[in-house]
Design a protein around this ligand. Sequence first.
Ligand SMILES: [Zn+2]
Length: 334
Amino acid sequence: MPSRRRSARSPTSRPAPGAELRLGIDLGATNVRAVLVDVHGRIRAHSGRHALPDRSVATALSTVERVARGLLAPADLPRAPLGISVAAQVDPDRGRVVHAPNLRWRDVPFGGRLARRLERPVRLVNDARAATFAEWQFGAGRGCADVFGLQLGTGVGGSAVVGGRLLEGGRHAAGEVGHLTIVAGGRPCTCPNRGCFEAYVGGWAIAERAHEAASAQPHAARALLARSGRRPGLTAEAVFDLARSGNPFARNLVRETESYFAAGVVSIANAFNPTRMVLGGGLAAGWPGVVAVARRAIRTRCQPPAARVRVFRAQLGDLAPAVGAAALAGDGSG
Ligand SMILES: [Zn+2]
C-alpha cells in the first residue's frame, strides 16, 4: 500500500498562503516524492516517500495527484506550477513521457492528464536534467554559466548548462552521456549500442560485472557472495561497501570501474568544456574516490582548456530532481 506518512512535513516550514512557491515531484520506478520550494530553492515542505505498488500509469497518476494535493491544500496555492521529474526521455512541449525504461512506459501523455486533474500547468523533465538544473541554480554549480551535471545511479545520466542555459537538444536529450562509447565493440548496453559509459559504470553494469567476476573467481569473491546472499543479489552498493573495508576482490572491481569512469569523464570535460562538473546520484554518494578520480583524470588527460574543469560533489542530495523540477516549472529556460 502507498505510504501515507506525513511526519516528514514540518509544521514550522508551512508556507504562508499565496507565497511564490512551486511544486516539484520526483516520479521514480518505485516511489513518489514531492517538495514545495521557494524561488531560492529552499524546501518549504515535503511529502516524504510514497510507494508505488505497481508501475501502471493509473497508479502513478493517482499517487502523484494524492501527494500533490497533500502538499498544495494546506498551503492554499491554487496557481502554483508543478514540475515532475521522471527517469525517462520526455517531450515537455507535448507533456509526454516518450520512453521510461524503469516504468516500462512508452509515449504516455502523463503531463496533460495530470494537468487536467490538478487544474494547473505541469512541466515534465528528465530527472538528470532536473538535478543538474537544481545544482546549477542552488547547489554546487551555483554562480557558474557552464556546468555539467553527471548523475551516477542505476543508470548514468547527464545534462549541461552552457552559457547560462540548460542545453536542450533537438529531442530534449542533450548531454545524455551515459551512452557515450568508451569501449568500441564493448559490453552490451540497454540501448542499441555497445561499450557505453553506462554499460561499465552504471549501477546495473557494476553489478553485472561483479556477477561475472564472481562466477570466474568464486573463491576470491566469497566475502562479496556471503554479503549478497547469492550471485543474482550482487549490487554495486555491496561492491563499494566491501571495497571500503579493504576486500581485494571488491577493490579490484572498484579500480576497474574507476578506470572506465575516468575515460568517460575525460571525454565529457573535453566535449562540453564546463567550468564545473558536479557529480550526483546515489552511486556517487557511496563512492568515496569518485571526485578524486575525476579530478586526476581531467588534470592529467584532458586537452588544456578542459584540464581546468573543477569537480565537486552535488550538494542537494536525492531531492535534487524534485527541487529542479519545481524550479523549472516556474522558469522559462531549459
Ligand atoms: Zn547505451
